[in-house]
Design a binder for this molecule. Structure first.
Ligand code: SF4
Length: 114
């Protein structure tokens, strides 16, 4: 049994996941908690948000995020790759700046026009 707090909404339900019973979830306030509890134990993922350097803009850093969740095991690899990126202004909001970052099948996109 593993205990988790659901992070899908602010209610923060205390979930219990039973790995010996097909990842049965209890304590959820809605069905999204069941999906979260199962995924968190079987294949945890996270949407990454960060900033990258940008030249020629009014700010020195541009906010970015992954277009979809990436496997938690690859978070540090993706963050290392993000740390190497320098953009040149102008960029638009939602612009893809790395396709398939670190082979995750997920793109890195800007979240602000600069
Ligand atoms: S189980 Fe449902 S109600 Fe509870 S925190 Fe998760 S999303 Fe919110």
């Amino acid at each position: 049994m593993t205990e988790l707090i659901c992070i899908i909404c602010p209610r923060g339900c205390h979930l219990t996941v039973d790995e010996t019973n097909d990842y049965a979830v209890t304590g959820e306030g809605c069905r999204r908690g069941i999906a979260y509890g199962r995924a968190e134990l079987q294949n945890p993922t996270r949407v990454l948000t960060s900033t990258v350097s940008i030249s020629g803009a009014m700010y020195r850093r541009c906010p970015v995020k992954t277009s979809a969740p990436v496997p938690k095991a690859l978070v540090f690899e993706v963050m290392k790759e993000i740390g190497k990126i320098t953009l040149k202004s102008p960029v638009s909001r939602g612009q893809v700046i790395r396709k398939n970052i670190r082979g995750t099948g997920v793109d890195l996109i800007t979240t602000r026009a600069l």
